[in-house]
Design a protein around this ligand. Sequence first.
Ligand code: SF4
Length: 261
Amino acid sequence: MAKKQQSKPQTNKITLNARDIGNSLLDDFCPRCFWITKKFPLKDKHPFSLPFSGLPNIVDSYIKRVVRYYVQKLNFLPSWLLNQLKDYYLELDFENVRLFKQSSFQVTLFDGACVLSGQADEILEFPDGSLFIIDYKASSLTENQLKIRPLYEAQLNAYAYLANKKLGKPVVGLALVYFDPEYKDLNDEVMLHRTKEKFLFGFNPTVVPVKLMDPEWVEELCQTLFEILSLDTPPEGRANCEGCNLLQDWLNKISSYIGLI
Ligand code: SF4
Protein backbone atom coordinates (compact mmCIF):
# COMPACT_ATOMS: atom_id res chain seq x y z
CA MET A 1 0.00 0.00 0.00
CA ALA A 2 1.49 3.36 -1.03
CA LYS A 3 2.38 5.69 1.86
CA LYS A 4 0.77 9.12 1.72
CA GLN A 5 3.52 11.73 1.34
CA GLN A 6 3.31 15.31 2.56
CA SER A 7 4.69 18.08 0.40
CA LYS A 8 6.51 20.88 2.21
CA PRO A 9 6.55 24.53 1.21
CA GLN A 10 9.43 24.98 -1.20
CA THR A 11 12.09 27.59 -0.76
CA ASN A 12 13.73 26.92 -4.14
CA LYS A 13 11.79 27.08 -7.38
CA ILE A 14 11.08 23.77 -9.07
CA THR A 15 12.18 23.82 -12.68
CA LEU A 16 10.46 21.90 -15.44
CA ASN A 17 11.53 21.63 -19.04
CA ALA A 18 9.12 21.37 -21.97
CA ARG A 19 10.83 18.06 -22.84
CA ASP A 20 9.79 16.58 -19.46
CA ILE A 21 6.19 17.54 -19.02
CA GLY A 22 4.69 14.65 -20.98
CA ASN A 23 6.42 12.04 -18.80
CA SER A 24 3.28 11.31 -16.82
CA LEU A 25 1.49 10.40 -20.08
CA LEU A 26 3.81 7.47 -20.79
CA ASP A 27 2.52 3.97 -20.04
CA ASP A 28 5.54 3.10 -17.93
CA PHE A 29 5.77 6.41 -16.05
CA CYS A 30 7.13 5.98 -12.54
CA PRO A 31 6.91 8.98 -10.16
CA ARG A 32 9.76 7.53 -8.11
CA CYS A 33 12.11 7.30 -11.09
CA PHE A 34 11.11 10.81 -12.13
CA TRP A 35 11.78 12.22 -8.65
CA ILE A 36 15.19 10.50 -8.40
CA THR A 37 16.42 11.42 -11.87
CA LYS A 38 15.33 15.04 -11.52
CA LYS A 39 16.70 15.52 -8.01
CA PHE A 40 19.96 13.68 -8.73
CA PRO A 41 20.59 13.99 -12.47
CA LEU A 42 23.52 12.08 -13.93
CA LYS A 43 25.75 14.54 -15.70
CA ASP A 44 27.06 13.74 -19.19
CA LYS A 45 30.35 12.62 -17.73
CA HIS A 46 30.11 10.05 -14.98
CA PRO A 47 32.26 7.01 -14.16
CA PHE A 48 30.13 4.67 -16.31
CA SER A 49 29.48 6.97 -19.25
CA LEU A 50 30.46 5.80 -22.73
CA PRO A 51 31.96 8.02 -25.40
CA PHE A 52 29.09 9.74 -27.25
CA SER A 53 29.32 10.47 -30.97
CA GLY A 54 27.15 13.61 -30.86
CA LEU A 55 25.79 12.69 -34.31
CA PRO A 56 22.09 13.44 -33.50
CA ASN A 57 23.07 16.95 -32.37
CA ILE A 58 25.05 17.49 -35.56
CA VAL A 59 22.08 16.33 -37.70
CA ASP A 60 19.76 18.62 -35.72
CA SER A 61 21.89 21.69 -36.20
CA TYR A 62 22.41 20.86 -39.91
CA ILE A 63 18.62 20.63 -40.45
CA LYS A 64 18.13 24.02 -38.75
CA ARG A 65 20.87 25.56 -40.90
CA VAL A 66 19.32 24.24 -44.09
CA VAL A 67 15.81 25.51 -43.24
CA ARG A 68 17.23 28.87 -42.10
CA TYR A 69 19.16 29.25 -45.35
CA TYR A 70 16.09 28.59 -47.48
CA VAL A 71 13.80 30.95 -45.57
CA GLN A 72 16.27 33.77 -44.95
CA LYS A 73 18.12 33.77 -48.27
CA LEU A 74 15.55 32.38 -50.70
CA ASN A 75 12.33 33.42 -48.91
CA PHE A 76 10.67 30.01 -49.02
CA LEU A 77 10.65 26.75 -47.11
CA PRO A 78 12.48 23.80 -48.73
CA SER A 79 10.03 21.83 -50.91
CA TRP A 80 10.37 18.60 -48.87
CA LEU A 81 8.99 20.53 -45.89
CA LEU A 82 6.66 22.97 -47.64
CA ASN A 83 4.73 20.35 -49.64
CA GLN A 84 4.07 18.10 -46.67
CA LEU A 85 2.98 21.00 -44.44
CA LYS A 86 0.64 22.27 -47.18
CA ASP A 87 -0.93 18.81 -47.48
CA TYR A 88 -1.80 18.70 -43.79
CA TYR A 89 -2.70 22.33 -43.13
CA LEU A 90 -4.69 23.47 -46.16
CA GLU A 91 -5.83 26.70 -44.48
CA LEU A 92 -2.32 27.93 -43.60
CA ASP A 93 -0.17 29.92 -46.03
CA PHE A 94 3.27 28.31 -45.68
CA GLU A 95 4.49 30.14 -48.78
CA ASN A 96 4.54 33.39 -46.79
CA VAL A 97 6.35 32.65 -43.57
CA ARG A 98 9.38 34.05 -41.86
CA LEU A 99 11.42 32.50 -39.08
CA PHE A 100 10.58 33.91 -35.69
CA LYS A 101 13.87 34.92 -34.08
CA GLN A 102 13.11 34.08 -30.44
CA SER A 103 12.72 30.38 -29.72
CA SER A 104 13.62 30.13 -26.04
CA PHE A 105 11.09 31.01 -23.35
CA GLN A 106 10.35 30.59 -19.68
CA VAL A 107 7.35 31.34 -17.48
CA THR A 108 6.67 30.95 -13.78
CA LEU A 109 3.72 28.88 -12.58
CA PHE A 110 1.91 28.14 -9.33
CA ASP A 111 2.46 31.51 -7.64
CA GLY A 112 6.09 31.61 -8.67
CA ALA A 113 6.97 28.21 -7.15
CA CYS A 114 7.75 26.60 -10.50
CA VAL A 115 9.54 27.64 -13.70
CA LEU A 116 8.66 26.08 -17.03
CA SER A 117 11.19 26.63 -19.81
CA GLY A 118 11.80 25.38 -23.31
CA GLN A 119 13.52 26.05 -26.60
CA ALA A 120 11.66 25.21 -29.79
CA ASP A 121 13.59 23.98 -32.85
CA GLU A 122 11.70 26.19 -35.30
CA ILE A 123 8.99 28.84 -35.01
CA LEU A 124 7.42 30.06 -38.26
CA GLU A 125 5.50 33.32 -38.28
CA PHE A 126 2.68 34.09 -40.74
CA PRO A 127 2.03 37.66 -41.94
CA ASP A 128 -0.85 38.06 -39.41
CA GLY A 129 1.56 37.36 -36.53
CA SER A 130 0.29 33.85 -35.77
CA LEU A 131 2.89 31.14 -35.14
CA PHE A 132 3.54 27.56 -36.18
CA ILE A 133 5.98 25.46 -34.12
CA ILE A 134 8.12 22.58 -35.40
CA ASP A 135 10.34 20.10 -33.62
CA TYR A 136 12.88 18.04 -35.58
CA LYS A 137 13.61 14.44 -34.66
CA ALA A 138 16.61 12.76 -36.27
CA SER A 139 15.12 9.30 -35.97
CA SER A 140 13.19 6.56 -37.75
CA LEU A 141 9.49 6.21 -37.00
CA THR A 142 10.00 3.02 -35.00
CA GLU A 143 7.57 1.38 -32.58
CA ASN A 144 9.59 2.78 -29.72
CA GLN A 145 9.21 6.25 -31.18
CA LEU A 146 5.43 5.74 -31.28
CA LYS A 147 5.48 4.80 -27.58
CA ILE A 148 7.19 8.05 -26.65
CA ARG A 149 5.07 10.18 -29.01
CA PRO A 150 3.01 11.59 -26.04
CA LEU A 151 6.25 13.02 -24.68
CA TYR A 152 6.84 14.92 -27.94
CA GLU A 153 3.21 16.03 -28.20
CA ALA A 154 3.39 17.50 -24.71
CA GLN A 155 6.78 19.09 -25.53
CA LEU A 156 5.36 20.90 -28.57
CA ASN A 157 2.27 22.00 -26.65
CA ALA A 158 4.53 23.33 -23.90
CA TYR A 159 6.36 25.44 -26.51
CA ALA A 160 2.99 26.73 -27.75
CA TYR A 161 2.00 27.57 -24.16
CA LEU A 162 5.29 29.37 -23.50
CA ALA A 163 5.28 31.31 -26.79
CA ASN A 164 1.67 32.37 -26.29
CA LYS A 165 2.24 33.47 -22.67
CA LYS A 166 5.43 35.39 -23.43
CA LEU A 167 4.55 36.91 -26.81
CA GLY A 168 0.76 37.06 -26.69
CA LYS A 169 0.68 35.67 -30.24
CA PRO A 170 -1.68 32.83 -31.21
CA VAL A 171 -0.13 29.48 -32.08
CA VAL A 172 -2.12 27.94 -34.94
CA GLY A 173 -0.35 24.61 -35.44
CA LEU A 174 2.33 22.18 -34.33
CA ALA A 175 4.27 19.49 -36.16
CA LEU A 176 7.01 16.95 -35.62
CA VAL A 177 9.37 16.38 -38.53
CA TYR A 178 11.14 13.01 -38.40
CA PHE A 179 14.34 12.58 -40.39
CA ASP A 180 14.49 8.89 -41.10
CA PRO A 181 18.04 7.76 -42.03
CA GLU A 182 17.92 6.13 -45.48
CA TYR A 183 20.03 3.01 -45.27
CA LYS A 184 17.59 0.11 -45.58
CA ASP A 185 16.19 -0.94 -48.97
CA LEU A 186 18.06 1.89 -50.66
CA ASN A 187 17.91 1.70 -54.42
CA ASP A 188 21.37 0.69 -55.80
CA GLU A 189 21.38 3.53 -58.31
CA VAL A 190 20.67 6.13 -55.64
CA MET A 191 23.34 4.64 -53.39
CA LEU A 192 25.93 4.66 -56.17
CA HIS A 193 25.01 8.19 -57.18
CA ARG A 194 25.41 9.37 -53.61
CA THR A 195 28.75 7.73 -53.04
CA LYS A 196 30.44 8.11 -56.44
CA GLU A 197 32.36 11.31 -55.85
CA LYS A 198 31.85 11.73 -52.12
CA PHE A 199 30.33 9.76 -49.28
CA LEU A 200 26.84 11.28 -48.95
CA PHE A 201 24.12 9.97 -46.68
CA GLY A 202 20.39 10.69 -46.99
CA PHE A 203 17.45 11.26 -44.66
CA ASN A 204 13.78 10.97 -45.51
CA PRO A 205 11.78 13.80 -43.86
CA THR A 206 8.25 12.99 -42.68
CA VAL A 207 5.88 15.58 -41.19
CA VAL A 208 3.62 14.38 -38.37
CA PRO A 209 0.95 16.91 -37.31
CA VAL A 210 0.45 17.33 -33.56
CA LYS A 211 -2.85 18.27 -31.95
CA LEU A 212 -2.92 21.68 -30.35
CA MET A 213 -4.20 21.39 -26.77
CA ASP A 214 -5.67 23.95 -24.36
CA PRO A 215 -3.30 25.84 -22.04
CA GLU A 216 -5.06 24.12 -19.10
CA TRP A 217 -3.89 20.73 -20.41
CA VAL A 218 -0.26 21.91 -20.26
CA GLU A 219 -0.78 23.39 -16.79
CA GLU A 220 -2.26 20.12 -15.50
CA LEU A 221 0.76 18.15 -16.74
CA CYS A 222 3.05 20.65 -15.01
CA GLN A 223 0.96 20.44 -11.83
CA THR A 224 1.34 16.64 -11.68
CA LEU A 225 5.13 16.81 -11.98
CA PHE A 226 5.37 19.85 -9.69
CA GLU A 227 3.58 17.91 -6.94
CA ILE A 228 5.94 14.95 -7.34
CA LEU A 229 9.05 17.15 -7.21
CA SER A 230 7.69 19.05 -4.18
CA LEU A 231 7.99 15.88 -2.07
CA ASP A 232 10.94 15.69 0.31
CA THR A 233 11.41 11.97 -0.22
CA PRO A 234 10.89 9.84 -3.32
CA PRO A 235 7.31 8.63 -3.79
CA GLU A 236 6.42 4.97 -4.18
CA GLY A 237 7.67 3.30 -7.35
CA ARG A 238 5.64 1.34 -9.85
CA ALA A 239 4.09 -1.84 -8.54
CA ASN A 240 5.79 -5.03 -9.79
CA CYS A 241 8.83 -3.22 -11.18
CA GLU A 242 11.93 -5.35 -10.57
CA GLY A 243 14.29 -2.45 -11.21
CA CYS A 244 14.20 -1.06 -7.67
CA ASN A 245 14.95 -4.45 -6.11
CA LEU A 246 17.84 -5.00 -8.53
CA LEU A 247 19.22 -1.55 -7.72
CA GLN A 248 18.92 -2.19 -3.97
CA ASP A 249 20.72 -5.58 -4.38
CA TRP A 250 23.49 -3.90 -6.35
CA LEU A 251 23.88 -1.13 -3.75
CA ASN A 252 23.99 -3.75 -0.97
CA LYS A 253 26.64 -5.69 -2.86
CA ILE A 254 28.96 -2.75 -3.49
CA SER A 255 28.38 -1.03 -0.13
CA SER A 256 30.90 -3.28 1.65
CA TYR A 257 33.58 -2.25 -0.87
CA ILE A 258 32.88 1.48 -0.83
CA GLY A 259 35.52 2.23 1.84
CA LEU A 260 38.10 0.15 -0.06
CA ILE A 261 37.63 1.80 -3.46
S1 SF4 B 1 9.89 1.21 -9.50
FE1 SF4 B 1 11.03 0.78 -11.39
S2 SF4 B 1 10.72 2.53 -12.62
FE2 SF4 B 1 10.22 3.11 -10.52
S3 SF4 B 1 12.05 3.90 -9.51
FE3 SF4 B 1 12.04 1.73 -9.18
S4 SF4 B 1 13.23 0.94 -10.91
FE4 SF4 B 1 12.59 2.96 -11.49
